[in-house]
Design a binder for this molecule. Structure first.
Ligand code: ATP
Length: 210
């Protein structure tokens, strides 16, 4: 299978993450990807059992509910719970292969931040990922892709592109830390997430303990 798009093919994006919680950079990235890649659909995929995250994630039901709130109303964006429903570890290649089977002939686009791209070679069947999808990288404040171990020649013939997005210095780690420490004065962390997500976090007392 080739990552070179055929003319007129359906364009399907995949944007995965822990979304623990989803924040404004995630939303901006989803909007930028949908517009810049002229996607027909962007699947937001909260991860199930993330093999590469060392901490225990919040309950999948909470992360899914927050993702639904955060991305609600975005044109052509669908929150897809397949990795949460899948037993065992969440591997991106399994999701890509399933979406390819559901969308025969479609061109797949994998949307990731450059911190994730830097670790791509540690991902399960990473070569297959490069074969099946065009990798769309968002630059992230404080990280680079230089650790990725790719040189331009390795990537020749594979689709890798950079999304245009202003740097947004926000991370879920930072938000969780601010909530658990209670250190940030008003308005604190709340402007970093969509408003319905802030209300959900408060209602369910999430991230209170570190
Ligand atoms: P954590 O701090 O818990 O690791 P996170 O903020 O990195 O979380 P994830 O849910 O792990 O959020 O990220 C999902 C995807 O969004 C990843 O590909 C990540 O690189 C990307 N991403 C997250 N925050 C940003 C940001 N501020 N700018 C660009 N990309 C981002």
């Amino acid at each position: 299978m080739s990552a070179v798009p055929s003319a007129g093919a359906r364009r399907v994006g995949i944007f995965g993450g822990a979304f623990d919680p989803p924040h404004l950079a995630h939303v901006a990235l989803a909007q930028a990807a949908t517009a810049q890649l002229a996607l027909d659909a962007l699947h937001i995929i909260p991860t199930g059992q993330a093999w590469h995250k060392t901490r225990t994630l919040s309950a999948p039901e909470h992360r899914l509910a927050m993702a639904r709130l955060a991305f609600a109303g975005l044109d052509r964006v669908v929150v897809d719970d397949r990795e949460i429903r899948r037993a065992g570890p969440s591997f991106t290649i399994d999701t890509l292969e399933a979406l390819q089977a559901e969308n025969p002939g479609a061109q797949l686009y994998l949307v990731i931040g450059n911190d994730q791209f830097a670790a791509l070679k540690t991902w399960h069947r990473w070569q297959a990922i490069l074969e099946i999808a065009i990798i769309c990288i968002a630059n992230r404040a404080g990280s680079t892709s230089t650790g990725a171990g790719f040189d331009p020649e390795n990537l020749a013939g594979h689709g890798v592109l950079t999304l245009q997005l202003p740097l947004m210095p926000v991370s879920a780690t930072d938000i969780r830390r601010q909530i658990s420490s209670g250190s940030a004065g008003p308005p604190g962390w709340t402007p970093l997430v969509p408003e319905p997500v802030a209300r959900y976090i408060e209602r369910h007392h999430l991230y209170i303990s570190p």
